[in-house]
Design a protein around this ligand. Sequence first.
Ligand code: COA
Length: 205
Amino acid sequence: MGVGGSQHATAIRDVAAGDIPQIAAIHRAELPDDLCALLGQKFLERIFYPELLRNSDAALCADDGAGVVGFVFFSSNEQFLRNLVMRYSHRILWYGLPNLRKPWFWRYAVEAVMLLAVKDDRLRGSELVYIAVSRARQHAGIGSSLTRVGLAELRQRGIGRCWVKTLASTPLNVEFYEKLGFRQFKSHLGRVYLSLDVATVSDSR
Ligand SMILES: CC(C)(COP(=O)(O)OP(=O)(O)OC[C@H]1O[C@@H](n2cnc3c(N)ncnc32)[C@H](O)[C@@H]1OP(=O)(O)O)[C@@H](O)C(=O)NCCC(=O)NCCS
């Protein structure tokens, strides 16, 4: 599938292990305040994304021939983050070491733990865990294409519902998901939660 309005066709394809360094770099550039990004490139590259890839229902990237310019990961493993923290706590502490004296790091860490503790029956199905598109390639339809192709894959896998949480302080992100058919169902800890009935999605790969 070609998307993205550049001179080279941008194809949506499955993520391979070799794409992870580029994905980690886009994550850090486009989500700089995210706790995982604050743990650094090595954490994302060696621990977070290999584990997320193993636990994903769909993992897609946009490739313009010169490299990865965007990605999206969906996972229905509710225990994924909790297991990752338990399994790699020492290494997470190690990667977090340079930030331990920064008060905002602790604020993000406490917030992350509180978000992990949220119990809600509506948080079922597959979570859109992370999506990002390289700055220079945003607003050309790449994020929407990645999400639509991912949702079509969830539907083919028989997954009925997809949900996502995003910062309430980023109304354009909320708008992005609403344009794709997601609807808001909850606000908590400065996050807006949105979900979508995957059966309404058409095939688009
Ligand atoms: C959100 C994101 C993935 C969207 O990807 P994209 O390829 O730019 O999305 P599309 O071109 O398919 O759709 C763009 C639409 O999303 C909305 N949008 C999302 N972020 C926006 C932003 N920063 N500025 C303007 N519009 C934005 C607008 O409605 C926009 O419509 P428009 O282009 O007609 O104005 C991308 O902006 C991004 O990587 N942002 C940084 C990382 C991030 O915030 N990820 C989401 C975390 S929940």
